[in-house]
Structure formats: structure tokens, C-alpha cells
Ligand binder design. Structure first.
Ligand SMILES: [Zn+2]
Length: 262
């Protein structure tokens, strides 16, 4: 099965904000990242985009630069299971049965996590909301706590790029380091740079599984973009470039939203 970029999808991506757009090029980020972190205007951020679109990489980099917390829903759920709490035990049963965790539980856990001290300066949410109903529940619960998402960064990457990124991805089973056969090669072919362990391919990083994940994304998760769009919070960006180019663009938007008409 081959995935090609449809004309409409390609032109959509070409027309969204890119790292080399005139607005982005008109801004030079301060070299002093501490100074930048203090001046950042938008700090409560939802990162949207397809699987393999670079959400986790972007959120990790931004969280480190801005001193805000990065909540990856998968990590948050795994931490709850590991804690051995009553909730963690019931989550483990659901996940062991291979079922999706009901979104009400995800929202509860995420909202609790967002009220911890490390999230006081802001947050990056990656991996949820995955459905419109979940987005509605999340924002309603946050509003009750007087917290509101300030921007939804929507990473636009064509399906054909995602296919190439995910199929070439290799993982170190020991330390979790991620490599790519074309874009991020290890120093020694097939071995982790950090510990020499033989790299593996995740079982769900193959063409047919990726095509299925993209189909689910377009049907169920992509409408979440519309939810944030209707609230005037969505900014779509062209995320086909390198991770550092994408991060620089997002930092510019968070620092000078006025320049981008936001
Ligand atoms: Zn390793």
C-alpha cells in the first residue's frame, strides 16, 4: 500500500506558516534563552499533529527551553500505573486487555498533573486530546480550575513524509534512544550510540500499521484541530523541516504572537 499526498493536502501544507515565511524571517530570537524564556507570552500549549509528526520531539525541546512541563499522555498514564495507586491498578487492567483508556479518566489524570508545581509556569500537552469530546471535557475541567489553553500548535506533515519517518525509525530497547536509518544514523550501523545495544524497529512502525494509524488520525483526531480553531486558538505550521527549524518557528510564535496575527 502506498500513500501519496493528495493535491489538497499538499496545497494546505504549502499555505500554512513555515519557518521561512516573511513573518518568521522578520524575527530574530534573543541568543540568551533565559531572557527568551522570561519574555515568552504563550505558555499553556497543546501540541497537535499526526503520529510521527514530531510532537514529542518539539514538546521536549520547548519544555527544556522554557522551563515548563511536558505532559505526554502515554507517559502520564504509565506513571500512574507504576505508582500502584487504585486508579493505576484499574488502568493497568484496561491497558492489559488492549483497550483504550476512557477519555474521562485521561482528562482526570491530566488535569491533576497540570496542577502540580512543575506545571505552574506553563505546560505542553502532547498525545491528548485525541477526540473532540475529550478536548471539550479537558477545557471544561481546566476552566473550572481557572486554567486555559492559550494556543494549539498544529503540526502539518504530509502522510508520505510520516510513512518515511516512521518506517525508518529504530529504537534502543535498553535506553529508549531513537534513531533513523536516513535522518539520524547511529555511529555504528544498527547499534545504540549510548550503550551499544542492538537497535530494534517497533512492531507498529511498519507500512500497513502506519497507514492504519494515519487513517484513524484523520478520522478521529484531526477534528480536534477544528475544536481549537473554533476557539481562535489554533495555529497550523508547516512541520516538514528539521526539528530545530520547527522549534525556532514555534518559539517565535510564542514570543511574538502579535507578529503572526495571533
Ligand atoms: Zn541505548
Amino acid at each position: 500500500m502506498s500513500l501519496t499526498v493528495s493535491g489538497s493536502q499538499a496545497s494546505t501544507i504549502d499555505s500554512v506558516l513555515a519557518p521561512d515565511s516573511p513573518e518568521a524571517l522578520s524575527i530574530s530570537l534573543p541568543a540568551d534563552r533565559n531572557q527568551l524564556a522570561e519574555q515568552i507570552k504563550l505558555r499553556r500549549i497543546v501540541v497537535l499533529g499526526p503520529p510521527g509528526g514530531g510532537k514529542g520531539t518539539l514538546a521536549d525541546a520547548l519544555a527544556a527551553d522554557l522551563g515548563i512541563c511536558h505532559l505526554s499522555t502515554g507517559d502520564v498514564l504509565r506513571a500512574e500505573v507504576k505508582s500502584g495507586s487504585a486508579l493505576g491498578k484499574s488502568l493497568k487492567e484496561i491497558m492489559d486487555r488492549g483497550e483504550l483508556v476512557p477519555f474521562q479518566i485521561v482528562v482526570d489524570i491530566v488535569v491533576n498533573r497540570l496542577q502540580q508545581p512543575d506545571c505552574a509556569k506553563g505546560y505542553l500537552l502532547d498525545g491528548s486530546p485525541r477526540r473532540v469530546a475529550e478536548a471539550e471535557a479537558l477545557e471544561k475541567r481546566l476552566a473550572e480550575k481557572h486554567i486555559s489553553t492559550e494556543i494549539a500548535i498544529d503540526l502539518q506533515v504530509p502522510d508520505s513524509d510520516i510513512q518515511a519517518r516512521l518506517e525508518g525509525r529504530r529504537l534502543c530497547p535498553k535506553c529508549g534512544a531513537i534513531y533513523h536509518v536516513s535522518f539520524k544514523k547511529p555511529r555504528v550501523d544498527g547499534k545504540c550510540d549510548l550503550d551499544g545495544t542492538a537497535l530494534i524497529q517497533r512492531s507498529d512502525d511498519n507500512a500497513s500499521v502506519i497507514a492504519e494509524r494515519l487513517k484513524v488520525y484523520h478520522q478521529e483526531t484531526a477534528p480536534v484541530s477544528g475544536f481549537y480553531e473554533s476557539r481562535g486558538l489554533r495555529t497550523a505550521i508547516n512541520a516538514r523541516g528539521s526539528a530545530s527549524e520547527v522549534e525556532a518557528l514555534v518559539l517565535k510564535i510564542l514570543w511574538r504572537p502579535d507578529v503572526f496575527g495571533f
